[in-house]
Design a protein around this ligand. Structure first.
Ligand SMILES: Nc1nc2c(ncn2[C@@H]2O[C@H](COP(=O)(O)OP(=O)(O)OP(=O)(O)O)[C@@H](O)[C@H]2O)c(=O)[nH]1
Ligand SMILES: [Mg+2]
Ligand SMILES: [Zn+2]
Length: 370
């Protein structure tokens, strides 16, 4: 399929990508942006609007330390078109990526979309409206270098007074967030959100299932490309209407990624971040009598003394004791992922196999079964 009116700029190509791509251009690879993810491959879009399926090379799999090192929708990649199948050889450095923690037990990173400028959190003013969850979204967005936008959709379901209250509550949470209230059914989302739909700028729609993300996308596109549907959000057991992640070009310029509704939106972490959270306690441990102090029953433990004197909170101390366990768990999962990746990689480099547990959790979450 060829999409007309596409050029490098409208797809978000910049001088930085051009520079990063130069060594791959020498090898005869082409650059393309990933616009859709399926179980085994990606759909890529070239600067001229040509769409094609591409597979991930075994080497990328092999070198990936975590999920974040694998391609995601929104990525610019270098593709080798010379063989039988187009193969993604490299990911060009991302200017941003919006991630969350993998659903389920893993604390690993799940990249929702790469090279995003605005993350739009869509919520309603009623049952879904949750300040703690919005706060988590803001923390995640802050980590990525994208700009947060909150869309309070379905304003037709509340009074002006109630709506005003909701807006003020969100405002109080963050100084940098832009807030828009609308009804995707009665208002024109393209008009309300026009500041974000600019040539070459990528907007990601996120939020719980049934909030109207796909309705917004369809109206902005002036056509029904995404299924929309009623979801029983009180039980949260309803099937999600959108099941795949897709980046689309808007007729007026700009790019929009619709996402399946997400129930879990938590921080992902790595060893450094885990340790940073306990920097004060690690500093205390310098004063422990024994170099290999386990900070439990050892004599002369500065950390335990701080707990006894009330200087250090008991719960934080417990949390610190679990830190090593958590770091080890993180490492164990990475190793497991790598092994599975290699096994699958040997079988076929076409199959994208994340850590199997993660993959299952991810799919459950996106089908609304979590
Ligand atoms: N009352 C009202 N209903 C709306 C509004 N916007 C969307 N809806 C309805 O909400 C339902 C869910 O909309 P979708 O666009 O499918 O929601 P979604 O966020 O894409 O959901 P998932 O794909 O499951 O994540 C549909 O029945 C829409 O018609 C609105 O502004 N007001
Ligand atoms: Mg949808
Ligand atoms: Zn100690």
């Amino acid at each position: 399929m060829i999409i007309s009116g596409v050029n490098a700029q409208s797809l978000g190509w910049t001088e930085e990508f051009e520079a990063a791509f130069a060594p791959y251009a020498k090898k005869g690879f082409v650059s393309a942006r990933l616009i859709r993810e399926t179980k085994i491959n990606f759909t890529a879009l070239k600067h001229d609007g040509t769409e094609f399926d591409a597979f991930v090379t075994g080497k990328l799999w092999h070198d990936a330390e975590s999920d974040a090192d694998l391609p995601a929708v929104g990525d610019w990649v270098a593709i080798d078109l010379k063989g039988e199948d187009p193969v993604i050889q490299a990911i060009l450095p991302r200017h941003s990526r919006f991630s969350r923690k993998m659903p389920g037990k893993s604390s690993d990173e799940h990249v929702i979309c790469a090279n995003v400028h605005y993350v739009m959190v869509v919520t309603d003013p009623l049952a879904d409206f949750n300040l703690r969850r919005l706060e988590r979204y803001f923390m995640l967005i802050e980590k990525t270098g994208c700009q947060p936008v909150v869309v309070i959709n379905k304003r037709d379901l509340v009074t002006e007074e109630e709506l005003k209250e909701r807006i003020e509550e969100v405002q109080a949470l963050s100084k940098v967030v832009q807030i828009h209230a609308m009804s995707a059914l009665n208002d024109d989302p393209l008009e309300v959100l026009k500041d974000y739909f600019q040539i070459g700028k990528t907007v990601a729609l996120v939020g719980s299932s049934g909030m109207g993300k796909s309705t917004i996308l369809n109206r902005v596109l002036r056509q029904e490309i995404m299924d929309t549907g009623d979801v029983n959000d009180f039980t949260g057991k309803g099937r999600h209407t959108t099941t795949a992640r897709e980046l689309v070009l808007l007729p007026e310029g700009g790019l929009l990624v619709d996402n399946p509704g997400m129930r879990e939106i938590q921080m992902w972490t790595d060893e450094k971040t885990l340790r940073e959270g306990f920097a004060d306690i690690e500093a205390l441990s310098q004063a422990c009598k024994y170099h290999d102090c386990k900070h439990q029953s050892d004599k002369g433990c500065a950390i335990r003394e701080a707990v006894q004197s009330g200087e250090l909170d008991d719960e934080r101390y417990e949390g610190y004791l679990k830190l090593e366990e958590e770091v080890q768990e993180l490492k164990r999962r990475r190793k497991k992922r790598k092994m599975i990746t290699e096994r699958w990689g040997k079988r076929t480099n076409r199959v994208k196999a994340r850590n199997l547990d993660d993959r299952i959790q991810l799919e459950k979450d996106e089908r609304g079964e979590l």
